[in-house]
Write a protein that binds this ligand. Structure first.
Ligand code: BG6
Ligand code: MG
Length: 217
């Protein structure tokens, strides 16, 4: 029996993946390195430093660890400046209503995001109050496709992984959910690759997958 739904954040509940792409693209442009949407898609779900490696992979020169730290800080400052304009209107269509309906149907809900900015995004969008637990990039040492963040979310909810379903827009996220022993729902980009057990393009398409259990207030 499925008792919990674990949501990725960037690209699932909020369209922040486009902001990540824009902030990395500005850095790549400044460094005169080509950076394509295909590379941007590979940054989905992976950590800030692993994303930077993808951004730098077409660079003719190598950079020191110190330079890479500086680049990551620069990108994050730009990204956070973009986040300061986030409001509840920037959530993915249907996000708050779908979370509310799943809660009412008796499911436990958690965030499972590799982002260290998740707390800020949940606060600015108002989504935090609809979640029972939050596992984010500040709590893990290994990013997706490692299952750590999904297993952390399940542990916080006190629900066994086999009774959880992971919802993610990244191929790395679907791999992570599967490695955690969970069912998977691919959304958006990952769904185009038919990566999940179920593949959806709108959040409302989650509702038929999770019928009502016990009602909760
Ligand atoms: C993931 C995003 O949710 O978080 C990645 O899909 C991002 O693109 C990762 O690199 C880390 O995010 P942050 O906000 O800690 O830089
Ligand atoms: Mg994502």
């Amino acid at each position: 029996m499925i008792r919990a739904v674990l949501f990725d954040l960037d690209g699932v509940l909020v369209d922040t993946d486009a902001l990540h792409y824009q902030a990395w693209k500005e850095l790549a442009d400044r460094l005169n390195i080509p950076f394509t949407p295909e590379q941007g898609n590979r940054c989905r779900g992976v950590s800030r430093m692993d994303s930077l490696e993808i951004v730098l992979e077409r660079s003719p020169r190598a950079y020191s660890p110190e330079e890479k730290e500086t680049f990551a800080r620069e990108k994050n400052a730009r990204y956070q400046a973009m986040l300061s304009a986030l409001t509840p209107e920037h959530t993915t269509p249907g996000a708050a209503a779908v979370l509310q309906t799943l809660r009412k149907r008796g499911y436990r809900l958690a965030l499972a995001s590799g982002s260290k900015n998740a707390g800020l995004i949940l606060e600015r969008t108002g989504l935090g109050r609809l979640l029972d637990a939050v596992a984010d990039g500040t709590m893990i040492t290994r990013s997706k496709p490692d299952p750590e963040v999904f297993l952390t979310a399940a542990r916080l909810l006190e629900v066994p992984p086999a009774q959880c379903v992971a919802v993610d827009d990244a191929l790395a996220g679907i791999q992570a959910g599967r490695a955690a022993g969970m069912g998977t729902v691919a959304f958006g980009d990952a769904a185009l690759h038919q990566a999940g057990d179920h593949n959806i393009q709108t959040l409302e398409q989650l509702l038929p997958l999770f019928p009502a259990q016990e009602e909760r207030p």
